[in-house]
Design a protein around this ligand. Structure first.
Ligand code: MC0
Length: 144
């Protein structure tokens, strides 16, 4: 079961400038930041609210760390903006298998490492009405 919006990923050219925009305009503070070398991003997670299942929802600001990363490619084509949406689940493996059985392309054979030690996979945007969609299970087993 997908239980919440875990995060909305927003691609930007300058992470520090974008963090400052969200802080000064809305009052959102950085909850966590890290570099994910495999995904080619530097990211900041802004915690928006807690949810009924003990998890939380975030904005995830993403700056590419290399020119061949998926986010760099997307920024070159589209400019800054909403890059993907991520749904939280307690069991990313089971959700990915169920969704694959429905004919949607799941991009990874096995989930990879995401923000804050989570396990993540992506669904192809061309099979999801043009929306790059991520599934997330937190390091804590469903909540983060
Ligand atoms: C690409 N397309 C998108 C899109 N990215 N459509 C909607 N939203 C996006 N974000 C579209 C392109 O416009 C193109 O459409 C078609 O998909 C093929 O894209 P491409 O870039 O030409 O080709 P690919 O196949 O090399 O790459 C697309 C693909 C890739 C979705 C497979 O971006 C990918 O593997 N994404 C998943 C990983 C990712 O995005 N990581 C960054 C966030 P047309 O019509 O022109 O053919 S990492 C993250 O979020 C982690 C850290 C976390 O949450 O913890």
């Amino acid at each position: 079961m997908l239980t919440r919006i875990d995060h909305i990923g927003i691609a930007c050219f300058d992470l520090d400038r974008t963090v400052e925009f969200y802080r000064s305009t809305y009052g959102f503070e950085v909850f966590h930041s890290e570099v994910n070398e495999e995904q080619g991003v530097r990211e900041a997670m802004l915690r928006i609210n807690g949810t009924d299942d003990g998890g939380a929802s975030y904005l995830q600001l993403l700056e590419p760390t290399r020119e061949d990363s998926t986010v760099a490619k997307w920024l070159a084509k589209n400019g800054e903006g909403v890059h993907h949406i991520a749904f939280g689940t307690a069991d990313v493996d089971a959700e990915a298998a169920d969704i694959r059985d429905k004919g949607v392309r799941v991009l990874y054979d096995e989930p990879r490492t995401g923000s804050m030690g989570s396990r993540i996979t992506f669904l192809h945007p061309k099979d999801c009405g043009g929306v790059l969609t991520e599934l997330v299970t937190s390091a804590a087993g469903g909540h983060r």
